[in-house]
Design a protein around this ligand. Structure first.
Ligand code: FA5
Ligand code: MG
Length: 451
């Protein structure tokens, strides 16, 4: 923080973070409430559940190199181009990503560091844990800042033991992984070659099979470890519902990422539904070639630490991770066994609706690409205004009605905002006040017409 800059006349032309200045331009869209979360770094905070979760997963990858302090400010090149995101990929849009300016973003995933870490070629396996930023919906499992852990393992064709092929080496490494006995419902989902082609110019089928098996087994082991700990915590709590939970079920599903092929997601059956916990795949060889390690091949994954921590500790709402309330923080310690989180009293919900007509035409198009022109209506803009006026006092925001007027062609939307603090009971007046501000901001910022 540099006071001379803050007070200077250029104040509104730059964003200042840690004494660095980032010039603003027509792409800039990071609000102050998001910037204020940059220093928190929950994955490094002592006794924080995100840190405990990180350390638990790290313990399943002995010998890997850990990177835990990489800056969240990265170039568009690092976050997208280096990973082969096409120019029109929706993830690049200003409605989805926080831009400091045209060339600089808050990383949307830990994969932003893949190219650099592969390039440093410091070890065959690495883990990167970090805060990541995305404009997104508001509900109990989505927050605009969350934490990911990236992992990768590669094998070098040029440094294999004598008379051993790369595939043989990988199979040997598979054999030395710990074994588990859970049921994997769909261990080998069909992979569609149109979107997940085998990298035939670079890899043999045998190599891909060995690498994919090593990848899947390593990640299944992580999930088994998490669930074993969560079960133990449930048993210790004596909670009857917790003990009734069905045995662990996991399944692999095909996924698509621009930087892996083939790609998968791992889903866990949790509270009656399939929950996606990670994405992964065989690293595209172009990345390794561009990182000057063309003789290496391997796998990578990205896992959501909040999702894992919610399973591990039974934490019901993602906002809790940001709480500074001792009733939350005092329940976690890396020195104790994992225990179930005991919710403090749940405060009443206060629902308020807001309905409005969109301005202009009803065309909906994505604003991706090389320009930052005024985008069509995007729900994430509503979410951001809600966070701006009400912060963590909102549990979720849902679209409850939407229609197009048959004569005028105008579109109308109605959102239901659930005002509920984790820490205290909100009075109706407090909720009304926030809601009135939201209504004004919607008009001022998005140019809608209230109904
Ligand atoms: C990625 O971010 C890829 N970079 C993952 C990857 C890495 C693939 C390496 C291949 C190789 P995705 O957007 O699906 O993928 O996010 C990965 C995980 O982050 C999800 O499975 C989920 O656990 C978590 N996650 C995603 N969005 C949110 C969110 N808004 N809030 C909390 N967790 C989230
Ligand atoms: Mg995903």
């Amino acid at each position: 923080f540099d006071p001379t800059v803050e007070e200077g006349s250029t104040r509104s032309d730059h964003t200042t973070i840690d004494n660095h200045q980032y010039p603003k331009d027509e792409w800039t869209n990071v609000p102050p409430n998001i910037l204020s979360l940059l220093p928190r770094r929950l994955h490094l905070e002592r006794d924080h559940p995100i840190r405990i979760t990180r350390e638990l997963i790290e313990s399943r990858f002995p010998g890997y190199k850990y990177h835990n302090t990489l800056s969240p400010i990265v170039s568009v090149h690092q976050n997208f181009d280096s990973l082969g995101f096409p120019p029109d990929h929706p993830g690049r849009s200003r409605t989805d990503t926080y831009y400091l300016n045209k060339f600089t973003v808050l990383r949307t995933h830990t994969s932003a560091h893949q190219a650099d870490v592969f390039h440093s070629n410091a070890s065959s396996g690495y883990l990167i844990s970090a805060d990541v930023y995305r404009r997104d919906a508001i509900d109990r499992s989505h927050y605009p800042v969350f934490h990911q852990m990236e992992g990768a393992q590669t094998w070098d064709r040029l440094s294999l033991p004598a008379n051993t092929t790369l595939a043989e080496q990988v199979w040997q490494d598979v054999e030395s992984l710990p074994k588990h006995d859970i049921k994997v419902l769909d261990p080998n989902p069909t992979v569609h070659p149109s979107r997940n082609p085998l990298q035939t110019p670079h890899h043999s089928l045998e190599e891909v099979e060995a690498i994919a098996t090593h990848l899947k087994r390593s990640l299944e082991n992580v999930v088994v470890e998490i669930f074993t700990q969560a079960r133990r915590a449930a048993a210790a709590s004596g909670d009857a519902d917790a003990l009734k939970e069905a045995p662990l079920q996991v399944r692999w599903v095909e996924a698509y990422f621009p930087f892996t092929s083939p790609s998968w997601e791992l889903e866990v059956f949790w509270q009656g539904d399939w929950l996606e916990v990670l994405g992964c795949g065989v690293v595209k060889q172009e990345l390794l070639i561009n990182a000057d390690v063309p003789s290496r091949l391997g796998w990578a994954f990205g896992i959501g630490l909040e999702r894992i921590a919610m399973l591990l500790f039974s934490i019901p709402d993602i906002r809790l991770f940001w709480s500074q309330d001792a009733r939350f923080l005092s329940q976690f310690s890396s020195a104790r066994e994992i225990g179930r989180f005991v919710p403090f009293s749940k405060h009443p919900a206060c629902y308020k609706d807001v309905a409005f007509w969109l301005s202009g035409s009803s065309s909906s198009g994505s604003a991706a690409g090389a320009t930052a022109t005024k985008a069509a209506f995007h729900e994430n803009d509503v979410m951001e205004l809600v966070r701006d006026v009400a912060g963590d006092n909102v549990e979720d925001v849902r679209l409850i009605d939407e229609f197009t007027h048959p004569k005028t062609g105008r579109r109308s939307m109605c959102y239901r905002v659930n005002y509920r603090s984790l820490e205290k009971t909100l009075t109706n007046e407090e909720a009304n006040e926030m809601h009135e501000k939201l209504r004004q901001k919607l008009v001022e910022t998005l140019g809608v017409e209230l109904r």
